[in-house]
Structures are given as C-alpha cells and as structure tokens.
Design a protein around this ligand. Structure first.
Ligand code: HEM
Length: 155
C-alpha cells in the first residue's frame, strides 16, 4: 500500500450508542462548548498541531456543533455546515492509528477537568473511540513517507 493511499478500516462505521444521546441534557451546551475548547487547546500543544491549519475559533465552533448534535442536542452542525460526512471530510488529513491516539488522548485529558458522572465520561469516550477508529484513513504515520523519500533521494 502506498503511504498516502486512503485506507479503509475493516470494522466499518461505529454502531450508534443511545446513551450518548442523553449527554446533551446532562451536560448542557455551555459545558460541551467548554470541553471542545479545552480539547482544541490541548491539540495546539500536541504532535498533530501541524494538521490544524484553519481558524481555531471556527474549528472549535464546528467541532462543538457536531458534538452537540451527536450528544442529542440541536442539529447545529447539519444546519450550519451541511451533511456530516465526517470520514470524507477527514480524507485531506492523514490520520493513522498514531494520530488517532493523540487526538483521543486530548479529549480524554480535557474530560478529566469536568465534574461529570464517571459513567457518562466512559460512554462519551467509548463513542469517541469507535468514531475516531472510523476516521483512520492512512495505514502508516504520514512522516514515514518523507523519511523514506529523503533517504532515497540525491538531494
Ligand atoms: C481520529 C483523529 C482525528 C483527527 C486527527 C482529526 C483532525 C481534524 C482536522 C485536522 C480537522 C480540520 C480542522 C481545521 O479546520 O483546521 C478536523 C475537522 C473536524 N473534525 Fe476531526 N479529526 C479526528 C477525528 C474526529 C472525530 C472522531 C470527530 C467526531 C466525532 C471529528 C470531528 C470533526 C469535525 C466536526 C470537524 C469540522 C469539519 C468541517 O466542518 O470542516 N474528528 N478534524
């Protein structure tokens, strides 16, 4: 497989988790927006920062709109930004298992700062684990390609 070839995880899309749709009621919109903002601040300090080249505030808004929708709140994402098609929207970003784990860890760490029920946090992380596995679209970490290329070229 070429390093930049789109990879499709064999597990397919994650199943829906009805308990996740109760979290909007339990956590409320301001907390969800704060959580997403904390998550993005952690991304800024992470190894995958380079992937995020858009406007941070807009990225936070879109991500929060999507999460609110998934957690059973208003359909902000679809109303403002159109059909979700999340896997397709991520094709431009080379996401292998390594990037997924960094992304996931940022959410896990951000969540620790919130006084939510433990079981609810587990439900949310379980959802993110399944959904992020479905966002994986590269088999290898993207930089391996560059390492191989630089070794193979004459300058
Ligand atoms: C698996 C690791 C993931 C990585 C590395 C990743 C990376 C990215 C990047 C680089 C962007 C563009 C941000 C910008 O505008 O600068 C983005 C957008 C977005 N991501 Fe992810 N993502 C991942 C997983 C997920 C998951 C699991 C979800 C949802 C559960 C998600 C939801 C979104 C949303 C809603 C957007 C905005 C899309 C748009 O309307 O343009 N991402 N992601």
């Amino acid at each position: 497989m070429e390093p930049n070839e789109i990879y499709t995880p064999p597990g397919g899309p994650p199943p829906s988790h009805p308990q996740v749709r109760l979290l909007f009621q339990k956590w409320g919109e301001p907390n969800i927006r704060r959580l997403v903002s904390d998550f993005y601040d952690r991304i800024k300090d992470s190894e995958i920062r380079w992937m995020f080249q858009g406007d941070w505030e807009l990225a936070k808004e879109k991500q929060a709109d999507f999460m609110i929708q998934v957690l059973g709140g208003p359909s902000y994402y679809i109303e403002k930004w159109g059909p979700a098609r999340m896997r397709m929207r991520h094709f431009a970003f080379p996401i292998s298992e390594k990037e997924r784990m960094i992304w996931f860890q940022c959410y896990d760490d951000a969540l620790q700062g919130f006084d939510f029920e433990h079981e609810d946090k587990i439900d949310f992380l379980y959802f993110l684990d399944g959904f992020s596995a479905w966002m994986v679209n590269r088999k290898e970490p993207p930089w391996e390609k560059y390492t191989q290329n630089s070794q193979g070229s004459n300058g």
